[in-house]
Design a protein around this ligand. Sequence first.
Ligand SMILES: [Zn+2]
Length: 467
Amino acid sequence: MDLLLKGGTIVTADSTFKADIAVKDGKIIAIGTNLKPDKCTEIVDVKGKLVLPGAIDGHTHLAMPFGGTISSDDYYTGTKSAACGGTTTVFDFVLQGKGESMLDAIKRRDAIAAPDAAVDYSFHVGVCDVSTDALLDTMEDALKAGIPSFKVFMVYDFGVDDGSFYKVLQKAAKIGALVGVHAENRDVNNVLVKQYLSEGKTEAWWHYMAKNENVEGEADVRAINLAKMAGTSLYIVHLANKQGVDAVTQARDEGYPIFAETCPQYLHFTSDVYKRERGRDFVCSPPVKGKESQDAIWDAIKRGDITTIATDHCPFTQAEKDWGITTKDGKPGNFTTIPNGCAGIENMYPYVLSEANKGRISFNKAVELCSSNPAKLFGLDHLKGALQVGLDADIVIYDPKKKVTIKNAEMHGNLDHTIWEGVECKGYPVATYSRGTLVYKDGKFLGNKGAGKLIKCKPIKLNSPTL
Ligand SMILES: [Zn+2]
């Protein structure tokens, strides 16, 4: 064996026990008590520490063009940052161009990701053009290439209408794919934006008001109905409002395979952040909602009606966020000229584990939400998402006693601020292994650019709310 992690407490989604873990050629080869090393084994004493599967961040936007710029983390700095927060796999988005086949879109994006990624990665395809059957059929080519997960946008000008959304759902049902959805009511959002701007309401607060609880909730309800009509599963990404949570819960109670993701920013902050002096730094879509929604999301997590936590990591610099005051062309800015998105790729696992450490949820639940469930949902549980013999040795060593106050200066991404500044974590990852290789230890990144591999996922057939 290559590596022996000795004396730690292993935490998986369904159990907690003391055992050693042995690793060889990037895989876990044994789990048990008093495992015996051989001559060339590196032995690491992890007594007093928790040993967890690496997190799988199902929602990132690295090197993503948006709002006249590009998100500040590329596939290197983003995945480096991920590794330093205990995340060993990221799912990024391929945005299909007009007339472009899904497979070409994946190849185009992978050419950018492959040389840079420091941890393993995969993609969801953002479906933008299914105007012909031939284009719709390319979903199957993507699936055969190991990318069985798609996403549609009910907002933005590049998003789809309900008819195209429905066609994508039907296709997914047929081939065994998962459709994710960014649910917000585009038309109502557009009307509200016009009204607020004509009334001179330009601050970040109005971004929230134009994409308020109902604007998101209506679209969640509609998306669930479309999935029911098409007889297939649905994955609502970045769910942030109570109406949506209630709709997901009801559909799941009725036995429909409806799944929801939420993000740490919705769990920790409320819409009050938009009243801060730099409220524009928190502009993301959907915006952070009020306390009632936050409480509903936490309750749903505890009940099991939220399936995953992911970051929607999409960082922009403060100078870019300031385009909400003065645009890049020197014109007066407003909430629509602020690039949408916040950082979080390095903060998700530490934050969720810290909430577990404080007793809000169990450590097992934290592992389930951040690692095991994404692995099952996206079709990579044959490789990742658990600590089991035969799986990739994507392992995080967590010190429950270490206290860390998040400071942007100590983060590893390419950004000049973070919305997480000053947030205190009770416990923190102290080491991360990616396929058995140490990529992070005690605050330092030790991995390599390009070491991450594109993960090919299995087709996804989900017929019930249970994974
Ligand atoms: Zn997103």
